[in-house]
Design a protein around this ligand. Structure first.
Ligand SMILES: Cc1cc2nc3c(=O)[nH]c(=O)nc-3n(C[C@H](O)[C@H](O)[C@H](O)COP(=O)(O)OP(=O)(O)OC[C@H]3O[C@@H](n4cnc5c(N)ncnc54)[C@H](O)[C@@H]3O)c2cc1C
Length: 300
C-alpha cells in the first residue's frame, strides 16, 4: 500500500479507495479487488508526485486509463492502481498547430472537441473507448488511422524524471509503442491536427461510429478485439473459419456478431476469459498454423 504523507501538496484531494473492485473500472467488467486505487483529481499536478512516492516506496503501480484494453485476475490483488487524471480541454492556441491533452482524457472528448475547433486528423479514433494515454501506449488505431499519425510528442514520467519524447522516438508500430517496453508513464501529449471543416469532420466521425455499431457487439461488455491482426488476414476470419463463433467458456463468449471480440455475456470471470483466449489460440494454431497474439493487456 502506498503511504501518502499529509504534506503532499496537491491542489485537490486525491481519492484513495481501499479494496476496490477493478471490474468496475474495466469495459469487460472483469477483475478482482485491488488493495488501493488512487483516483487523481481531474486536473492535477499531483500525478508525477504520486509516481515519485511509488518509486520511493518501491511500489510499481498499474496505470489505468479507461480500462478498455486490460483485464486482471479475480480475487484479492495486492496492487496499487492509479487512475490517470482527465484534465481539461484547452483550445488550440493561435499560431501553433498542436493541442496538449492530459493522459486521462477520453478520445471521445478529444474527438468532439476537435469538431468544435474544426481540427481534422482524429476522425479514425472516434469510437475507440480509450483515454489518450492508453491510446498512445497501445498505438490504438482503426480505419487506416492510428495514434502515431497525430502524435507530435509525449510527456512522460520515467524513473523520477519528466521527459518530452518526440514522436520519432516513441517506437510506434502496430498496436505498440516504446512505452510498453520502458514502463514510462504518459502524463500528456501534444497532438498535431490540421485545420478542417467541422461539418465534414462530424460527418466522417458519425459514419465511422455507425459502422462500429453495425459490425461490433457493442451491446455487450468487451475489450474490443482480443487479438492483434496477424500478418496475413484478420484474426476474426481465422476464428470464424476455425468454427469458434459463439464458443463460450462460462460467461465469456466469442461474439456471434464479430468473432474477433470476446464478450462478457454475464458474470464472466478472469479464468473464463483467459481460458477462452487460450482455447481460441490453440484451435486456430491447430487448424491454420497461425499463432494469434493477444492485443488485450492481461495482468498477472
Ligand atoms: C468496444 C471496444 C472497441 C475498441 N476498438 C478499438 C479500435 O478500433 N482500435 C484499437 O486500437 N483499440 C480498440 N479498443 C481497445 C482499447 O479501447 C484501446 O486499446 C485503447 O487505446 C485503450 O485505452 P485505455 O485508456 O482504455 O487503456 P487501459 O485499458 O486503461 O490500459 C491499456 C494499457 O495501457 C496502459 N496505460 C494506460 N494509460 C497509460 C498511461 N497514461 N501511461 C502509461 N501506460 C498507460 C495500461 O497500464 C495498460 O497496460 C476497443 C475496445 C473496446 C472495448
Amino acid at each position: 500500500m502506498l503511504k501518502i504523507p499529509e504534506e503532499l501538496n496537491c491542489p485537490t484531494k486525491l481519492r484513495i479507495i481501499e479494496n476496490e473492485p477493478l471490474s468496475a473500472y474495466t469495459t469487460m467488467g472483469v477483475g478482482g479487488t485491488v488493495s488501493q486505487l488512487i483516483d487523481i483529481p481531474w486536473i492535477s499536478d499531483c500525478f508525477p508526485k504520486v509516481l515519485d512516492l511509488c518509486r520511493e516506496q518501491g511500489i510499481k503501480p498499474i496505470i489505468l486509463g479507461n480500462g478498455s484494453n486490460i483485464i486482471a485476475p479475480d480475487g484479492e490483488l495486492d496492487l496499487v492502481v492509479i487512475k490517470t487524471p482527465v484534465g481539461i480541454v484547452i483550445p488550440k492556441t493561435e499560431g501553433v498547430d498542436w493541442l496538449e491533452i492530459q493522459a486521462g482524457m477520453s478520445l471521445f472528448t478529444v474527438c468532439n472537441n476537435s469538431v468544435i475547433q474544426a481540427l481534422t486528423g482524429l476522425e479514425f479514433a472516434y469510437g475507440i473507448p480509450g483515454s489518450v494515454g492508453g491510446a498512445i501506449y497501445m498505438n490504438a488505431g482503426a480505419y487506416d488511422g492510428e495514434m502515431s499519425q497525430v502524435v507530435q510528442s509525449v510527456t512522460v514520467w520515467q524513473d523520477g524524471e519528466i521527459l518530452e519524447i518526440p514522436a520519432e522516438q516513441c517506437g510506434f508500430s502496430y498496436r505498440h509503442s516504446v512505452f510498453q517496453d520502458t514502463g514510462a508513464v504518459i502524463l500528456s501529449a501534444k497532438l498535431k491536427l490540421r485545420p478542417g471543416n467541422s461539418v465534414f469532420i462530424r460527418a466522417k466521425m458519425d459514419d465511422l461510429l455507425r459502422r462500429r455499431f453495425e459490425k461490433q457487439p457493442l451491446e455487450y461488455p468487451s475489450f474490443g478485439s482480443a487479438f492483434k491482426r496477424p500478418q496475413n488476414g484478420y484474426a476474426s476470419e481465422l476464428i470464424e473459419r476455425a468454427g469458434l463463433k459463439g464458443f463460450s467458456v462460462g460467461g465469456a463468449q466469442v461474439s456471434e456478431k464479430h468473432a474477433g471480440f470476446i464478450i462478457n455475456t454475464g458474470g464472466a470471470t478472469f479464468e473464463d476469459v483467459t481460458q477462452l483466449i487460450e482455447h481460441v489460440r490453440s484451435v486456430v494454431k491447430e487448424k491454420t498454423g497461425i499463432e494469434l497474439e493477444t492485443e488485450v493487456r492481461i495482468l498477472g
